[in-house]
Write a protein that binds this ligand. Structure first.
Ligand code: ADP
Ligand code: MG
Length: 323
């Protein structure tokens, strides 16, 4: 079992940023309105994530660390139309198998919190603990028991910047969630709950981003695209400001990239690849977001239709800016 978990960890957990992604997704799935991320050593030494979500029942703590014991899927039909961020029940057991791991959790009506620990994949008993309603998940010394993988981690600074990228993207997709990031005791990001995507974009990418961009909103049967695209006059055009979300997940996809690039190339920009924050929403059964546990790939049922919708929506919007 420990070995299977470690092998799965190889798939899901590449580096500290993948740990942060999985844990923050869980907090979001649990309905958190505030998430605190505390790191040390680029997230290799410590990732501690505290949320104010629904919490975990004491007797479910061991289950949360057991493979494929997700609480989020009731049936095969659910699997088809999964809305929550994670559903494999793979992340926690994987992370726990390659780190020193601890969960402390309390549901709103519980008299006290409960804690479980995992060391080298071995689970402790569930013990009473102190914690406000919500959950804290703590991971220390990633890959301490898999030296070959630990060796491949990059410098503290590099690992930290992967985490920051990851969190910025998640923060854009979840403006309604407050987010606080600390590294080695130092504040790196403090986002209060926002009312709108625009407000969050403003807080994250700076006021000038909105001033120099065009707001987009397009709908056709079952497909919706909204967000912001940088104007051709925008001062900056950098790869770190290209965000595309499908059903609120950050995605890197060839079909999408092609449609976006074509639309821009057609209208303006002369080869310059612009900045954007775009959200495509569609029926969850029309897209497979779980092609690979950790990769940001998607597979659309109707590739052509999605491509053409994106191209046309962007093309139309951009053409206006020329007029
Ligand atoms: P998945 O998210 O795919 O269900 P995970 O391994 O990420 O699997 O998590 C296992 C289970 O632990 C979840 O299904 C959920 O019930 C519980 N869980 C994990 N993190 C939290 C959290 N922050 N708040 C509440 N429940 C959580
Ligand atoms: Mg999960």
């Amino acid at each position: 079992e420990q070995l299977i978990n470690q092998i799965a960890a190889g798939e899901v957990i590449e580096r500290p940023a993948s740990v942060v992604k999985e844990l923050v997704e869980n907090a979001i799935d649990a309905g958190a309105t505030r998430i605190e991320v505390e790191l040390d050593g680029g997230g290799v030494k410590l990732v501690r994530i505290r949320d104010d979500g629904g919490g975990i029942a004491p007797d479910e703590l061991p289950l949360a660390l057991t493979r494929h014991a997700t609480s989020k899927i009731g049936s095969l039909e659910d699997l088809e139309s999964v809305q929550s961020m994670g559903f494999r029940g793979e992340a926690l057991p994987s992370i726990a198998s390659v780190s020193q791991f601890r969960i402390i959790s309390r549901r709103r009506d519980d008299a006290h919190a409960s804690m479980i620990e995992a060391d080298n994949g071995r689970l402790s008993d569930v013990r009473p603990a102190q914690h406000p309603p919500g959950t804290t998940v703590e991971m220390r010394e990633l890959f301490f028991n898999v030296p070959a993988r630990r060796k491949f981690l990059k410098t503290e600074r590099t690992e930290l910047s992967h985490i920051e990228d990851q969190l910025r993207a998640m923060a854009l997709a979840r403006p309604e969630v407050g987010l606080h990031l600390k590294h080695a005791g130092r504040d790196l990001l403090r986002l209060s709950r926002a009312e709108s995507i625009a407000e969050r974009v403003d807080a994250l990418l700076g006021e000038s981003f909105l001033e120099q961009s065009l707001s987009i909103e397009h709908h056709v049967a079952g497909l919706s695209l909204h967000g912001f695209v940088g104007l051709p006059t925008a001062a900056r055009s950098s790869a770190d400001r290209q965000y595309f979300f499908v059903n609120r997940r950050l995605v890197k996809d060839r079909v999408i990239a092609h449609a976006v690039k074509q639309a821009y190339a057609d209208v303006l920009f002369h080869g310059r690849y612009p900045t954007f924050v775009l959200f495509l929403d569609l029926d969850p059964t029309a897209v497979d977001v779980n092609v690979h546990p950790a990769k940001a790939e998607v597979r659309f049922r109707e590739q052509r239709m999605v491509h053409d919708f994106l191209f046309r929506s962007l093309h139309e919007a951009l053409a206006q800016t020329r007029a």
